[in-house]
Design a protein around this ligand. Sequence first.
Ligand SMILES: [Mn+2]
Length: 342
Amino acid sequence: MKGKTMEKIVNEILKAPKVIVLRHIMADPDAIGSQYGLAQLVIEQGQAKQVLIAGDVPSTLKELPPFRNSSLSLSEKLLTESDFEKATVVILDTSTINRVDFGPLDFSVLNKAQKVIKIDHHPVGLDTHGQPKDNYPKHTIRYQDTSASSTSEIISNLFEVNTYDISLMSLPISQYLYTGILGDTGKFSYAISPRTFNTVANLIRGFDMKDFTEINHAMSTTTLEEAKMKGYCYDKMVVDDDTANIIISREDLNKHNWPADDMARFVNLLGTVQGITKWMMCVQEEDLSWRISLRSTGIIVNDLAEEYGGGGHPTASGILLPANSNNMTIIQEIKEKLISKQ
Ligand SMILES: [Mn+2]
């Protein structure tokens, strides 16, 4: 942890008179957990008179205990341009600017902001001048830590910065951040480190464990509809040796009235089948573009994603193919390349 940079950023956020906390589109538990966690931290310990959050919460995540009962979700509203005036905008868990959930606005509103701070755990490439290729505004203050399991882990570590005290942690903050870490580690199955467990130990210390086991349980349950979607995935997946793939067209989704976003979240189901070490899920969005997720248990797949204009983590990356009549050919091509990868 680069203590000084982190300390500077914490102070910057806690002293700001107006704070907006944003995160990525197609939100996952880490995006929302880190966003709510930081927003609540500023409300409880910061000097801001106004703390605003924005972004669409998927219906499935609205039911998770800490988000369901959150006072923050009630205050959520669509931001307007004037909200950004003199604001310190903190963008969490979002590697490139085009993935920020601005609601009806776009990134140009950041020009009105006093400060833009990016805190993230995703890797970003550098351009020839050594600048991050994330398209964030020039004046952005960045804190990027790819060794963290999640952005929620980074936000939890804010409490370990000199001036702050872990005993100041409130139960809502703890639960938001715990949920985020749980989400990005697949309930401590991957991306973990000794630091992850230290962080979690610090987060839950002093609270009733029931407040966390309740989250564990909720994250293991699904709605009946989701259970049916999972069944569909297992039924439709195709296995070639150690590689699994599933291709779900718009027509397939429409038949069941299933949103593409909800379906895409089940990508890791394919990896739960014995013998599968790499897998891909292709889901067709409403605009007929294809969202392709590549995953593996260790084999590097982001080079394949990059070959098709995508990117991400070495073992978890994605490609977006804009609507095109040629897409099925490209998907077959990616599939073949994934099968032959070792
Ligand atoms: Mn994350």
